[in-house]
Write a protein that binds this ligand. Sequence first.
Ligand SMILES: *Cc1c(COP(=O)(O)O)cnc(C)c1O
Ligand SMILES: [Zn+2]
Length: 483
Amino acid sequence: MAGNDPALKRWAILKRPYGAPLPMTDHAFQHCIIPACGQSYAVDDVLFACRKCGALLDVRYDWDLARPPDTLSFFDARRAAATGRPGTGPDSSGVWRFRELLPFARDDDLATIGEGRTLLQQADELAAAIGIKPGRLFLQYEGFNPSGSFKDNGMAAAFTIARRLGKRRVACASTGNTSASLALYAHHTAAAGQQMEAVVFVGGGKIALGKLAQALDYGARTLQIEGDFDTCMELIQRSAHRLDLYVMNSVNPFRLEGQKTIIYRVLEGLNWEVPDWIIVPGGNLGNSSAFGKALVELRDLGLIDRLPRLAIINAEGANTLYELYNDHHIRFDGGKVGHHTADAYFAMIVAEGRSARTVASAIEIGRPVNLIKALRSLEWLSGVVEQVADEVILDGKALVGRYGYGCEPASGASIAGLRRLLDTQVISPTDRVVCILTGHGLKDPQVTVAYHTDRRPPAARAFPNPPVAVAADIEAIESALSK
Ligand SMILES: *Cc1c(COP(=O)(O)O)cnc(C)c1O
Ligand SMILES: [Zn+2]
């Protein structure tokens, strides 16, 4: 395996020549998410919606053939063996060390740049600050990924399939982090000797500077489209075939297979004990979709014996799921989901000229592509959907900065949502809660600095820590420090 190849000096995209016959694992296939349709497609069929009914697709497995481990502690032994070894292979990846649970590719095909080396932090100080009992609140910090967001989990899986299909031009619409991740994986792939061009569509002026900096630095062709994320997403879906772009957004079901591993690492961090709640910000709803699938698969395989509940948090200014779920009562309902309700809602949004608007740019999405899959997760996990204002999102983010490792605004929505669900007594202070922190604190420094320095009334910001202007004089410094 190339991961053990001493000549490979960088984090490895494992080498496999294009054009070589690429044997598919014979136990993986794509499957329509609507049970009444039930259409299947081969793994190498390039499509992002069911040809029969237009619904989204899952990657599914024949588990009898795939033969996953019969206990989750199997992964402890592997992890212990990989720890301390300077590895670049799949066992050193926080995605691929769980490869038996997403077995669509052969070991030699796996793409990795060291993603998923994350941390589940027991956050007792933060818990105390918001009224949760000690030992009950955990933060899953995905900012430790190579490009600084959870998107790398998905890209490892999506690049694996892109390479296997011989794709040389990959693309995404992005609020920022998807493009950063795509660009990083593409240039590592190219550096491993396989041509791979990254094309990213970002909304004009709607991207945090840290993320734009990454896309440019990593060499992606960056198209700043006049319009917002939803416009970019629609354009990329319409143009993919004509421009020969392989779409790496979360409509690509392989990406969601990679994102399932966030859940595996959360459970691993809890010694495989299932928490009561998982709280995640909702944008395009890829994570929400992947988490439900991961957990239900584990349950169906007998690897866990109960399911946690899921809370998806929208920003008030980008609250499509919140409105559809809580006001229009739209449900997955075993796949009988009312597309009409959603379509009528989107028609109304267009007619009213509404577009998504929030400081949490990563979740500034009005038309989430994974809506129906997220509804399925909500059904599976007895979920709730909450919305939070930008002010409380920023306070949530500030709390993570003070008591955790920091995070970007969208991730702060998890904490803001948790506080709201504690207030409304949906979550109790003794519940075991995991908040997913989706992106790194340095992605959007402008928002952070504005939060701490802005001269708006302090009521709008609960935890500001402004810098203090001091003369270049020791006495002045002494006096400033004594305040
Ligand atoms: C992409 C992204 C989100 C939204 O995730 P979805 O899976 O699309 O709902 C949230 N936070 C950050 C930091 C992101 O990059
Ligand atoms: Zn179908």
